[in-house]
Design a protein around this ligand. Structure first.
Ligand SMILES: C[S@@+](CC[C@H](N)C(=O)[O-])C[C@H]1O[C@@H](n2cnc3c(N)ncnc32)[C@H](O)[C@@H]1O
Length: 361
């Protein structure tokens, strides 16, 4: 039985499900979930989408330097958990560790922990990180105690979201329903949703407006911020999303580099939604952490010196290779590419580290 059929039976038996339930099944169902099922290899040219570390080594190298600077500011602890959430093909971590070779003390201190549910990607990560003895986890909860340097690129956008729709003067929850005529389809809840209490006062409601919120993002951020506050370290989140909590529908499905309808074929496409960075910041502060950002990815990478590093790399290149480097830099920092839409936010303990890259330009 395919996942669509299983969801249809479930809805017929127990009623409509939330968008978050739909996303969780479509992405992480052990048998059919887009990320969890055996054989799924979502990233890179033959996969469904491309990410910043896959575009250029510059991305991982600059983040590596950022992490090493945080460790230096934290007093160079002798042991640290170097954690990546959703490491994809292991490219970002490999680039980080390559930079780490210049600081042997840091490399010696770092124990690599990867939070990953995709079996094929775990294999790809093992191949990319030979010699670094990574340990894998289903969730951050099992990463051992101690200072944490954590990075998550395009991880939070895969966390399930709930959607509210403003109709006839009230926020109702958008649910996923099923019937024989229409198959899986969206339908608003009959009653006003209690989640409407969580819509921040500054968010303007108007007929048809959609507000998205992710309980999963709230819980994972809280857990990480509490850990960093209590045991030291730093966390860096890079993702596409909004700097302010606002209305707007962002849930999307991507398959083979193309947008497809969200409910068309659950488990076959990547589902993601914009991250609410303002919420991320509020949650981390509430857990006792200090927050830097969000700033745009373009501003962050510029502040970390992407221009200088690209100039250095370009010296050894000519012709097509030099053009490819320029195009990659433009994709990472250009306003029409990832530079504006993607944001960076850092979480650190109070009274400690001042993360670089977040100062006003
Ligand atoms: C969009 S990819 C980003 C990959 C990588 N960070 C990069 O930038 O190339 C999302 C990653 O998160 C993993 N992932 C998605 N949902 C997850 C979950 N609930 N728990 C652990 N890993 C998850 C995926 O398998 C994949 O490695």
């Amino acid at each position: 039985m395919a996942l669509a059929e299983r969801l249809a039976r479930r809805i017929a038996a127990t009623g409509p499900i939330t968008v978050a339930d739909y996303m969780a099944s479509a992405l992480t169902d052990p048998e059919f979930g887009y990320y969890a099922r055996a054989g799924s290899l979502p990233l890179g040219a033959p996969g469904d989408f491309t990410t910043a570390p896959e575009i250029s080594q510059l991305f991982g190298e600059l983040i590596g330097a950022w992490l090493i600077d945080c460790w230096d500011q934290a007093g160079r602890p002798e042991r640290l958990n170097l954690v990546e959430l959703g490491p994809g093909r292991g490219t970002l971590m490999a680039d980080i560790l390559r930079v780490g070779r210049h600081v042997p003390e840091w490399l010696k201190a770092a124990q690599v922990h990867l939070v990953e549910i995709n079996p094929r990607l775990r294999h790809a990560q093992a191949a990319a990180l030979v010699g670094h003895a990574p340990q894998w986890h289903e969730s951050f909860a099992t990463v051992p105690d101690g200072p944490v340097l954590l990075v998550a690129n395009e991880f939070l956008d895969a966390m399930p979201i709930r959607q509210l729709v403003f109709m006839n003067g009230a926020w109702r929850e958008r649910l996923v329903d099923w019937n024989t005529e229409s198959g899986l389809h969206f339908a608003p809840s009959k009653e006003r949703s209690p989640l409407s209490l969580l819509v921040p006062p500054g968010v303007l409601a108007h007929e048809g407006a959609v507000f998205e919120l992710s309980p999963a993002v709230v819980s994972v951020t809280t857990e990480i911020a509490r850990r960093i506050t209590a045991q030291g370290g730093a966390g860096l989140f890079v993702d596409y999303g909004r700097g302010e909590s606002a209305t707007g529908e962002s849930l999307q499905a991507v398959s083979a580099h193309r947008m497809v309808p969200v409910l068309e074929n659950p488990g076959a496409a990547d589902l993601s939604a914009h991250v609410d960075f303002a919420l991320l910041g509020r949650v981390a502060r509430d857990a006792g952490a200090v927050v830097a950002g969000p700033v745009t990815q373009g501003a962050f990478l510029r502040a970390l010196g992407i221009g200088i590093r690209a100039d250095r790399l370009r010296r050894g290149l000519s012709g097509d290779a030099a053009d490819a480097l320029d195009q990659a830099v433009e994709r990472l920092i250009g306003g029409q590419a990832m530079g504006q839409l993607f944001k960076a936010l850092a979480i650190v303990p109070s009274g400690g580290i001042h993360p670089v890259g977040f100062e006003p330009a």
